[in-house]
Design a protein around this ligand. Structure first.
Ligand code: SAM
Length: 250
């Protein structure tokens, strides 16, 4: 399923329709969306707003907007196990998040690194990432998002042609909902709106490309990517981080 693109205001314009084409989405007017909503259960919309763009479930606006809320996330000081995976690395290290999604993990990685390249293959997700960065105005948030470089690409293609290696590569490929714990709304949206891509080959490429570490986020009951045993794992209530120490000299 793909989201339908609508404009927050009632009017449509060639600009909005052009954007829909660019993102590979179907544009629908609010009026038509209202007619259609009774027919389709849980339809997602990419709403292009004046101030920000966001995903929404259903047309009547009962669902909370789903967007890259870097300001809220940057102000949530709770440290996750991801930070423990970065322990021992210099704050000058470079990170590549090969599966950027909403960029929440990338934002946390930016707190302990010099730069983060975010790779996202889905055009509309990439658009929301750009919009999230554009809407970050608070000084403390800007310090973090200014370390971002956003790239719209399949990470496998990017790693094939990019020459400059990076210290750390982070992989958070989609995993199916395995337990009773409910996924965060944004991750559930990605699950509903995209196909799972096999990422075993991405791990092989990442291990070759990362100078120091590859960190993989998995569900605690999932097997290792490519069935490859990590150097160590850090397990939480739902999620497990597998850390591969590469320490290559190239
Ligand atoms: C589970 S989400 C990542 C969530 C992210 N860690 C966050 O904090 O929001 C996985 C994302 O990776 C993207 N993705 C999966 N495989 C990819 C690939 N080979 N290249 C680029 N993006 C990829 C998907 O489109 C999806 O947006």
């Amino acid at each position: 399923m793909l989201p339908l693109l609508i404009s927050e205001t009632k009017d449509s314009s060639p600009l909005i329709e052009g954007l829909a084409t660019e993102l590979g989405l179907e544009f629908i007017s609010k009026r038509d969306a209202l007619k259609k909503q009774t027919l389709i259960h849980a339809q997602y919309y990419l709403v292009i707003g004046k101030n920000k763009s966001y995903l929404q479930v259903g047309i009547k606006g009962k669902s909370k907007p789903i967007f890259c809320n870097f300001t809220e996330w940057a102000n949530n000081k709770k440290k996750s196990n991801l930070m423990r995976c970065m322990k021992g690395l210099p704050s000058e290290c470079s990170v590549l998040d090969a599966t950027a999604g909403f960029g929440r993990d990338a934002l946390e990685l930016a707190t302990v690194s010099r730069s983060v390249v975010l790779i996202e293959r889905i055009p509309w997700m990439y658009y929301l990432l750009k919009d999230g960065v554009r809407n970050s105005t608070q000084e403390s948030v800007l310090t973090l998002v200014n370390k971002f470089k956003l790239v719209q690409s399949d990470a496998r293609e990017y790693l094939n042609i990019e020459k400059n290696k990076t210290d750390v590569i982070y992989l958070d490929p989609m995993f199916p909902n395995k337990g009773s714990a409910r996924a965060k709304k944004n991750i559930q949206a990605l699950r509903d709106l995209s196909e799972e891509v096999l990422s075993d080959d991405l791990l092989i490429q990442a291990l070759d490309f990362a100078k120091k570490r590859v960190i993989v986020k998995r569900h605690k009951n999932s097997n290792y990517l490519n069935n490859q045993k990590p150097s160590f794992s850090i397990q939480g209530r739902v999620v497990r981080f597998d850390v591969y120490v590469t320490n290559s000299s190239h």
